[in-house]
Design a protein around this ligand. Structure first.
Ligand SMILES: [Zn+2]
Ligand SMILES: [Zn+2]
Length: 248
């Protein structure tokens, strides 16, 4: 019983952390958008309220597996998370980050593509596409069913792939940064990167915006590998695309 209470307490604490992190980071990028693209979100007030609502609901769902696994890591020695840099060679640090991102990307690509199947789309994924065009607040704007598919990934991977706690923090940083900036409605990264050789393999806002405009293709999260391999890559979008200002 006390174990259950401790795990529930941890889940609640993690929900609070995820929720506050969302409000702080999305809030920061929404503010930044106001500075560099004044008026971009001018007519999107009601939509942004919905994005915050669904995102905070998602925070509650993300917090549960993350909180329970964090508790088990601290109290029961669960997971392959390590804190001593000597436990694995230093070259493994960047490799572990890449393995986490690649595994997350693979899971996301296939579940996301699956959720575009019309029946599932209506149930699980339509909420995310109600953002037309998305804003910095849409980072976690998912229906609870979709939030469940996203919430289990990192808590499952820490049981399978060894990772230093600091490297895991970096993975979560990348996850948060890309989740927000991919929906921000403008490109944060330099054109030389987006249009250069790296941009052929990395996903940034210019790529994901096209997914929201076209309602298909460009299903990946961090990398374009699966999209290119499976022929679903639509290339880079622009920010005045078909989705902009569409009313239906
Ligand atoms: Zn989608
Ligand atoms: Zn999206």
């Amino acid at each position: 019983m006390t174990l259950a209470i401790a795990a529930i307490g941890s889940a609640l604490a993690m929900t609070l952390i995820v929720g506050v992190r969302y409000l702080a980071t999305s809030g920061f990028f929404a503010w930044l958008t106001g500075q560099v693209r004044p008026g971009l979100y001018a007519k999107l007030g009601p939509q942004m309220k919905r994005e915050v609502y669904w995102s905070l609901l998602s925070a509650g769902i993300y917090g549960v597996p993350a909180g329970i696994v964090a508790w088990g890591w601290q109290n029961r020695g669960w997971t392959q998370i390590y804190t001593d840099f000597g436990d694995y060679p230093l070259w493994y640090l960047p490799l572990s980050v890449f393995l986490f991102l690649a595994a997350h990307d693979t899971w996301f690509y296939w579940t996301h593509r699956w959720m575009h199947w019309p029946r599932l789309f209506r149930v699980a994924h339509a909420v995310h596409h109600e953002s037309r065009p998305p804003t910095a607040w849409a980072a976690m704007s998912f229906h609870p069913w979709e939030a469940v598919t996203g919430a289990v990934v990192i808590p499952a991977l820490v049981f399978v792939i060894p990772i230093h706690a600091g490297a895991l923090g970096f993975v979560l940083f990348v996850m948060t940064l890309m989740g927000i900036t991919n929906h921000m409605g403008w490109e944060l990264f330099p054109r030389s990167l987006v249009n250069g050789p790296l941009g052929r393999w990395l996903i940034t806002a210019t790529h994901h915006q096209k997914h929201h405009d076209a309602y298909k293709g460009n299903y990946g999260l961090y990398f374009r590998f699966w999209d290119r391999f499976c022929g679903t890559d639509l290339g880079l979008g622009d920010f005045g695309g078909a989705g902009r200002g569409k009313s239906s």
